[in-house]
Design a protein around this ligand. Sequence first.
Ligand SMILES: [Zn+2]
Length: 340
Amino acid sequence: MELTHRPRRLRQDRIRPLVSETSLEPSDLIAPVFVDATTNERVPIESMPGHERVPIDEAVARVEEVRETGVEAVMLFGIPRSKDPEGTRAWAEDGVVQEATRRITSETDAYVVTDVCLCEYTDHGHCGPLEEELRGENGGVDEPVAGHEATTTVDNDAALERLEKIATSHAEAGADMIAPSGMMDGMVGAIRGALDEAGFERVPIMSYAAKYESAFYGPFRDAADGTPSFGDRRHYQMDPANAREAIREVELDVEQGADVLMVKPALPYLDIVADLRREFDHPVAAYNVSGEYAMLHAAAEKGWLELEEVALESLLSIKRAGADLILTYFAEDVATRLQE
Ligand SMILES: [Zn+2]
């Protein structure tokens, strides 16, 4: 048999590492950490095995656990001690993320990224203050008009002012990087301006640039207590059907000064990750979300999948699609495995 091309030649044992196109390192990973101002003890998150909400007093210890695995960066999410329609605890100087950030950055060498949004801080669970959209053909704003469904949505520009305050308060507390996740129009430019004005021109922004309105966020909502009390987020997060729109969304964030561009979720949106890698020179981040984590755990619990293997393969595929960094609940487990 005469075969000129035999790709199997390069699949033999000792040559495989030499021709491997993609590698995964603990330094590629960011571990999400949930800090909860309403509890004095660690609370396991049922739908995310191995993860817990930790009280402010445990934030440093939690981050040290992450760092022991070789992962150097964490993304902080906060559960505030109280919520209100405006989400005022989000920019409080003694807020949960501010306090945790101060402690973590003064007591550890971790690189601290903070999530900047309002949904965990508003009592209605939306990503900004609400506006009533009841406009009918007659231009009336108070009365629902027959045939036009009344919908409430977030007041974009009012949200921006609050995001500026939140981002600045995080930077003042010592945050190394700011990550706005609310998908408000103009959020990156507004935050960049506010940070620069406050003297934080060296703090980068990782924008949740293409964040989809996804059902894969379910378990996170248990973790961060962030389920909207009514409606959903389709008026500001992207339609899962759209890919070209992602390029347009991301271009706007680039124009406004985003330093890192994130796609969220990761696995169902690898085409978007690959598109961004091709279209932009910026580092691309992908958020391997709670649902992607939970479904592998659930299948592994049933004995249907080998957890370590599928976790590793998932992250490798995200990297192969073009992500430079990956936010993932598997960070510690995979980093530990990579170090072995
Ligand atoms: Zn939000």
